[in-house]
Write a protein that binds this ligand. Structure first.
Ligand SMILES: [Zn+2]
Length: 194
């Protein structure tokens, strides 16, 4: 996998223009060989504060029919940044990790819980099992909720994905709404104005 500077040209100019119109502190712009990774082409950004980089997969450049399309994909990703989705997800994951530790401590120290499962002592391994079984169902609910949030975020922009799935199946399993739902959401405002 090799990372190289996106060559000067129309595409670079357009991306830089987009970044500055959003006040995105674009510091470096790279292309990476994505063919080794998968056919799922995209772009990502990384970097702290005023030192951000955007990396495009060359497969994205190959698959898009023109520069506008590439810029649209990047605009989508920058939208996540502009609307603080990245920060939200980061903070949410930290909070979740800490509440897991807290939850484990609660389970670990609960004499009653151990006793209700027939243990007079509180072995660490059993504590882990109990934690797993009490937390698993909660975990499902939390990941479902996170999926809903992630999907709501996606609808604040547009993005690429595939297939027409049952809306409930999709809401539970996919963090990103499938294409059909996205198209419906794009049409939604039109219906309201009709
Ligand atoms: Zn997205």
């Amino acid at each position: 996998m090799c990372l190289m500077r996106l060559p000067d040209g129309e595409l670079r100019l357009k991306i830089e223009k987009l970044a500055s119109s959003l006040q995105f502190p674009l510091n470096k712009l790279f292309v990476v060989d994505g063919s080794t990774r998968s056919s799922h082409s995209n772009a990502y950004m990384y970097g702290f504060c005023k030192n951000k980089r955007i990396v495009l997969y060359d497969t994205l450049i190959q698959q898009c029919k023109d520069e506008e399309e590439i810029v649209a994909v990047i605009a989508h990703e920058l939208g996540h940044w502009k609307l603080n989705h990245t920060m939200f997800t980061f903070v949410a994951v930290q909070i979740l990790s800490f509440s897991q530790f807290g939850g484990y401590t609660l389970v670990r120290n609960s004499k009653d819980l151990f006793q209700s499962f027939g243990f007079d002592t509180q072995p660490v391994l059993i504590g882990l099992f109990l934690f797993q079984h009490t937390v698993m169902p909660l975990q499902r609910v939390v990941s479902f909720a996170l999926n809903l949030v992630s999907r709501a975020f996606e609808f604040q922009e547009e993005n690429l994905s595939a297939m027409n799935t049952d809306p409930w199946y999709s809401a539970y399993h996919y963090s990103h709404p499938p294409l059909v739902e996205r198209l419906a959401a794009i049409d939604e405002p039109d219906k309201k104005t009709d």
